[in-house]
Design a protein around this ligand. Sequence first.
Ligand SMILES: *[C@@H]1O[C@H](CO)[C@@H](O)[C@H](O)[C@H]1NC(C)=O
Length: 398
Amino acid sequence: MQLPLELLLMACSAIAAPLTPRSATLLHLQGLTALSRDLSTTDIRFPEKYFHESINHPHYDGRFADSVLPRKTRLFHMRLLLRSYMATMERAGVRTWVMHGSLLGWWWNQGIFPWDSDLDFCVEETGIAELGAWWNMTVHSFSAADLGLEDPSKADTYVWDRRRRSKNRGQEEEVEVMREPEGLKSGVWETVMEEGKKYLLEVNPHYTDISTSDTHNVIDARWIDTHTGLFIDITTVHPVPSSASAKSQEKHQIFLGQDEGREERGSERAREMFTKDTHLYTTSSLFPLRESTLEGTRVFVPYAYEQLLLEEYGPQALTDTWFNSHMFEKERKEWTVALDAAGSNDKGRGDREDAAGRFKKGGKKPKWKSPKGEDGVKVEDNVDKTGEKAYTPVPGSG
Ligand SMILES: *[C@@H]1O[C@H](CO)[C@@H](O)[C@H](O)[C@H]1NC(C)=O
């Protein structure tokens, strides 16, 4: 005997829809995830929290990750995350830029810190509205060629394929070619070459609640690797309501004064912007965005990136060449493992993976005072002021 259809549907929705909003369940994701068991945390103290992380690691999505990856394999997947994310945001017409720990990694060598395991990007309100309205729960497939991966033995095919695609679709950009990196877990490269990758874009329904008291929903959206559970955190910068802005106007004068050239040029006043996790910015510290690269992918960074990094992490973060048992080698522009007791740095969680955890300042609210000359550190905007050209910063110049 068959159950009536209505009953079946009711049974489904009873399982699928929890009482409080929570990210899509395994039932929604059938066919997309290889897991048969949800490994997400379930903290009943915060029923309003939407995104949940893996019980194994806070930088993996428990609906997709069954394990924590070794470092080199993780970095490989993070590079692909970046490539696919930037390509998709470009297609969606959503302006997005690197922030926080990822910006600090970029500052040193336009790379991801080898001990890091997440990526932070920001969008504007118009961007998150676009993603929330039209792109929520969309799945994006990328072939190896889309991701710029190249098998040397079949190089000709891929080059040909890429040419063909760029010809057919007009101005499709060529991505920098990536060969198999050393030290990947066995089978990882082959699987990606054969099957490509699938990514999920999920938007937190709380994105419309811009209150900073909604502390468990500061992440507005995630770009999730459905094979590994690694993700990019996307947060929105909101304009501070003008009544609240007037109060702290004075503090910002100092900051704006630093930004000499532009103040004369720009007639529009800088506005204050904030994120739900209570970071405070000005429009003139963020825009115009500058174009650069991160791990070989074209990205955008905030205009006054150095000031923002100083505010968030303090001057040492831009001068110390010793981080999480890694040394920055200036000639090679590379972080290398300096303490290697029997490969202990490869175990994934041994180090603090929070990109700049060591330098994180106590209070999150930025103090808008001039960093110039403080602690004897030379801090200069070491790039051209137009914001139009691609460029790279010069790290460790202190
Ligand atoms: C996105 O889709 C998920 C799953 O259906 C849902 O829980 C969430 O509320 C949606 N987000 C938005 C912004 O609509």
